[in-house]
Design a protein around this ligand. Structure first.
Ligand code: G1P
Length: 290
């Protein structure tokens, strides 16, 4: 069965980016010339997804507006003969069908995903977390969908992280069963330092079977007092085979100050219009660094 739907939770407060995220959703902060959420939605589209389900909360309307048709703006751009810009703006509203679902209470990532159950229905789906930007030749979700075609089982994206950073992630323990593919034995959300030998960290891309919704409804609060997706995934891995996939590409944590800067640099250098000038600027800055 073709995977058609992507769930993108955007209900979080973005505390790591305060004060920038006080009145603006963190997903709307800019990487060069577009908000981070646009890169995420574009990854889903480029991977062949047909429908995006945003899990939102109060104060996130700017995200919905960004993907909506803006008649006034497009009319003004047309009148001023700014055709290219007008087409670019129109392109955003035509990217993909977007549905919004409110997460009624801030009970954690697991609860946010559970909020999508009625819109997803009984089919496998993709989850993309808005903090994680992946720069890669083949979109990260596409790489995972190709593996799903072969395995037909749930998959989480992982990358190896330094052992002293494992406490910041969901960690997967398992054995390699192929090139970049691991069969999952155990998963733990943000393990205290020294409690796991594994450094396989979950990155915000998942392919999930719909049975995850029942498991989420039975999941009790875990790390940080929140309903954790990782805990429900652990339950799923006990019932069915689950895989971890070490994707090809570079991941940026755009929900963090340094990660956001690193993303801006990477995407800025690749930008078709300002990339070359930005590179000269960076060279200049670097040569003057002490
Ligand atoms: C979430 C997940 C965690 C994962 C991380 C990746 O945590 O719960 O398992 O490793 O995303 O970005 P968060 O960063 O939202 O606390």
């Amino acid at each position: 069965m073709k995977i058609r739907k992507a769930v993108i939770p955007v209900a979080g407060f973005g505390t790591r980016l305060l004060p920038a995220s006080k009145a603006i959703p963190k997903e709307m902060l800019t990487i060069v010339d577009r908000p981070t959420i646009q890169y995420i939605v574009e990854e889903a589209v480029a991977s062949g997804i047909d429908e995006v389900i945003l899990i939102t909360s109060e104060g996130k309307a700017a995200i919905e507006n960004h993907f909506d048709y803006n008649f006034e703006l497009e009319t003004i751009l047309e009148e001023k003969n700014k055709t290219e810009l007008c087409e670019e703006i129109g392109h955003i509203s035509n990217l993909i069908d977007i549905v919004s679902v409110r997460q009624k209470k801030p009970l954690g990532l697991g609860h946010a995903i559970w909020s999508a159950r009625n819109v997803v229905g009984n089919e496998p789906f993709v989850v993309l977390l808005g903090d994680d930007l992946v720069l890669s030749e083949t979109p990260c979700v596409r790489q995972m969908l190709d593996l799903y075609d072969e395995k037909q089982e749930s998959i989480v994206a992982i990358q190896k992280v330094p052992h002293d950073q494992t406490f910041q992630y969901g960690i997967v323990e398992g054995a390699a069963v192929g090139d970049r593919v691991f069969k999952i034995d155990r998963m733990v959300e943000k393990p205290p330092p020294g409690t796991t030998d594994s450094n396989l960290a979950i990155i915000g891309r998942y392919i999930l079977k719909p049975e995850i919704f029942d498991l989420l409804s039975q999941t009790t609060p875990g790390h940080g007092g929140e309903i954790q997706l990782t805990d429900a995934l652990l339950a799923l891995s006990k019932k069915r085979t689950m895989y971890a996939y070490e994707f090809e590409g570079t991941r940026f944590d755009a929900g963090d100050k340094l990660g956001l800067l690193q993303a801006i640099t990477a995407y800025g250098l690749r930008h078709p219009v300002v990339g070359e000038d930005y590179k000269s600027h960076l060279k200049n800055v670097c040569s003057n660094l002490k």
